[in-house]
Write a protein that binds this ligand. Structure first.
Ligand code: NZQ
Ligand code: ZN
Length: 383
């Protein structure tokens, strides 16, 4: 195994009705006033908004609302949140929602503590020195943002989708009640499954060496995602399936699966972010298009691992069979698997490749992922 450091300070509170504890948790942490960040409408429709407000009011926690976060959260709305956080001098951020709401909340947490231009932290990798504490109630299990130090924001003017990474933006506490995900649609469950699988296969395939413990942990995550998603499709209110899926999605990107691995990159996310930035497609849908195309391009660079994947996940022999089986599973769940599926034309490939290349330069991956390489991968995704 390679040397590693592991740090994950997020406290997880998991289980039924746990969202009711939010007021008490904040009060215990001496938080008096929060910026309450949420999405478009789901938390009001499900009644979660009312339960959160009740819990906050019971403990006398003041809250300033910052609703309307959109999927693929944008810089302009994030900046509005930063202004509110500063104006009302909030002590913490409370994000109630999926990855988009959590990521916008994390970014506001950074912006509230600095007078520097927030986009510079994304574009120029400016070091994050402090942030307000972030508290989370998760309503959509997918990104792992509830237990990691990443946030992804889209600059809608420049069409750039970039990320920050810092120890300061790990949520302090994340409440995970699987019941809150009962209302997640089949479509978003499919995207969530793709995203969770993506988080673990990036390193599984692209690293030079992956210890067996990590291989098996990753394979277990993939199998659990597939099994639980099948059940959720049949029974959206199956608690155990929602619960196992939720925790699986969390550990898929909380740092655990990467430990001791040599090398490894996030190329599928890099290309998917270009699609997200240009077409505002859901993150999981971008990944289900990119992954089979990237796998086809990459397989010969690590053929034994691709054969292992085919064998362990699908009981198949060859790398190609494994890739086709994964693609078929994505398609069967209703996720797009080609650019055509989302009506992106072949002539757009150069534009997508250029956008992905600009992310590659920020992520220090441009040597391996030249414009030609990115074009070749995207051509694999054409149909
Ligand atoms: O806006 P509302 O009305 O809340 O509706 C949302 C949204 O339309 C809805 N939803 C959420 N919980 C629901 C629900 N609908 C019914 N019942 C519920 N319980 O679902 C839609 C999608 O929500 P969103 O938060 O956008 O989805 P997701 O969790 O997949 O987050 C995607 C964002 O996270 C980023 C992605 O790039 C994308 O911007 N990622 C963040 C990562 C991280 N911070 O570690 C890593 C990932 O790789 C990813 O890049
Ligand atoms: Zn992802």
């Amino acid at each position: 195994m390679e040397n590693f450091e592991f740090y994950n300070p997020t406290k997880i509170i998991f289980g039924r009705e746990t969202e009711k504890k939010i007021g008490k948790i904040l009060e215990k942490n001496d938080i008096e006033r929060v910026l309450f960040v949420y999405g478009k409408s789901s938390i009001k429709e499900t009644g979660l908004y009312d339960r959160v407000v009740k819990s906050l009011q019971k403990e006398g926690i003041e809250f300033i609302e910052h609703g309307g976060v959109k999927p693929n959260p944008v810089l302009s709305h994030t900046k509005e949140g930063i202004e509110k956080a500063k104006k009302y001098k909030v002590d913490a951020i409370l994000s109630v929602g999926g990855g988009s709401v959590i990521d916008e909340g994390k970014t506001i947490a950074v912006g509230a503590k600095t007078d520097k231009e927030i986009w510079d932290f994304f574009k120029r990798g400016k070091e994050i020195k402090k942030a307000l504490p972030v508290y989370v109630i998760l309503t959509l299990a997918a990104t792992g943002s509830e237990m990691n130090g990443f946030a992804v924001i889209t600059n809608e003017e420049t069409k750039e989708k970039l990320s920050i990474s810092s120890e300061h933006i790990f949520p302090k506490v994340s409440i995970l009640n699987p019941e809150l995900t009962f209302t997640v649609s089949q479509q978003y469950q499919a995207y969530a499954a793709v995203d969770t699988i993506a988080h673990v296969i990036e390193h599984y395939f692209s690293s030079e060496y992956c210890p067996n413990l990590q291989n098996r942990l990753i394979e277990s995550i993939i199998k659990t995602v597939m099994e639980t998603t099948e059940v959720i499709f049949q029974e959206p209110q199956n608690y155990n399936a929602r619960a196992e899926f939720m925790w699986t999605a969390t550990i898929a990107l909380n740092g655990l699966t990467r430990l001791g691995i040599k090398g490894g990159e996030f190329p599928n996310h890099m290309i998917a972010h270009a699609l997200g930035a240009l077409y505002d497609l859901p993150h999981g849908a971008c990944l289900s298009i990119v992954i089979p195309a990237w796998m086809k391009w990459y397989k010969d660079k690590n053929i034994a691992q691709f054969e292992r994947f085919a064998r362990e996940i699908f009981n198949l022999k060859s790398a190609d069979e494994g890739i086709e089986a994964l693609k078929a599973w994505f398609r069967d769940k209703g996720a797009p698997v080609t650019l055509k599926d989302v009506e992106i034309k072949e002539e757009d490939i150069s534009k997508i490749a250029e956008n992905a290349y600009s992310i590659a330069t920020v992520w220090d991956m441009a040597k391996k992922y030249s414009l030609d390489v990115l074009t070749e991968i995207l051509k694999n995704a054409n149909d």
